[in-house]
Design a binder for this molecule. Sequence first.
Ligand code: BYC
Length: 472
Amino acid sequence: MISAEKIPNNVNLSDNKRLQRALEHWQPKYIQWWHDMGPQGFQDHHQVYVRTAVSVDPEGWAHFEYVKLPEYRWGIFLADPVHDRRIGFGDFFGQPVWQEVPGEFRNQLRRLIVTQGDTEPASVEQQRMLGQRCPSLYDLRNLFQVNVEEGRHLWAMVYLLHSYFGRDGRDEAEELLERQSGNRDKPRILQAFNEPIDNWLDFFMFTMFTDRDGKSQLMSLSESSLDPLARTTRFMLTEEAHHMFVGETGIARILERTCQLMREAGFSGDVRKLGGIDLPTIQKHLNQWFSLSLDLHGSEVSSNAASYFANGLKGRAKEDTFGEHVVKDAVYNMEFFEGGKAVAKDVLMRHAMNEVLRDWYVGDCAAGVDRWNRVLETYGFSERLRLPDRKFNRGIGMYTGFHFDPNGAPVSNETWERRKYEWLPSAADTEYLLSIMATPVYEPGKFANYIAPPRRGINQQPIDFEYVRTEQ
Ligand code: BYC
């Protein structure tokens, strides 16, 4: 029986029998999926010190306790309603927001919600083996915190599908548990969510760059005219912030340790001899996850994006900071690649909305990379990490099918094949990373050799707190 105690919520679940029944039908399948596809080896005999959202106020969503992962209370929360909220952009600008799904936009909204929902279980699947290679109990807890919250974000989308899309919504909710990351026959919808994440450098880069795409997409969905979607995604953003913290500080701690080892070794190339992660390897993983996450913003010129904007379904990040919200005739000056050369052309702004969001995203990533570079600076090294050009290694949009180096200069197929592993992780890099992560570190307060301890623990606990307890 589903109750507010089992599923903390602020959507009056106990008064909505139809929704309760639908979720009761879905929940056992979810739990089965979590067992099969969630963190491997940490389902039955471990207690994890995690945060559970029990309400939307600041105290409510920072409630910490030890739980067994399959018993985590995945709740359903919408941010508080905004009184007399009006549609903030597009053709219906200024009209009251919708509490129900308008028939004419049903398919588009369902598609957006399904695409968002699909990424959440996908990331849990991608990360399911990492617990067995963790650098510390502190990091293990953070991994599981991210995993359970992605599970909660899936619940958030399933709540919308069940509440507003009837039979089709119920079918889509089932399919969200049937597709599988990397599966040849039933892959996840977006490409970055089919890539393996089998080592912690990938995990930290993913939470830095791909979760940041989560931030930009959720920010644009939180502007939606469909008020329940806007309120759901607004609350999800509070959790997303922690995921990016995990990624950003994870890489900063690896950099710190790399700097210490570089001091011992003399230069970056020898860091591997001391069991650390050299800067070129870090840069290659940055290149990979940044370019994959650029793809997640869709094509530069997109009639889907134009129609989402016109219909008020998906806005720009921080829509209220723009001067004009209807954007009927405005243009965006975009760089095309034609006949081997860059050519600038004007495109209707509505068709360029994916690129507008990508601009915001690139700026947010660049600020994060600057913060990483301060670690190198503090240790007195002149090397710097940097974002590759946005044309580099693209699989979606107008640069697909061409090759560019990280500076954005076009390169031939032959040069790409010869040099790509200077820019992207090779099988040998992965093998090396797996070799230094082969032995997990489960002793409280101890850290793998390739990563520095964090500045402080979680929820004011000490760094050597037993964040994950094993039951005898
Ligand atoms: N891979 O006009 P186009 C997160 C498809 S992450 C494969 O280019 P559109 C999280 C596209 O679906 C945030 N296919 O793009 C992070 C379309 O297919 P259909 C997730 C792709 O539609 C970490 C076709 O190409 N949220 O939360 O304007 C951990 C042409 O589409 C890709 C969302 O994505 C790709 N990379 O924009 C956990 C928000 N890109 O429909 C969670 C919802 C495009 O013709 N999604 N395609 O069959 C959207 O807003 C849009 O679907 C997209 C694409 C921005 C993804």
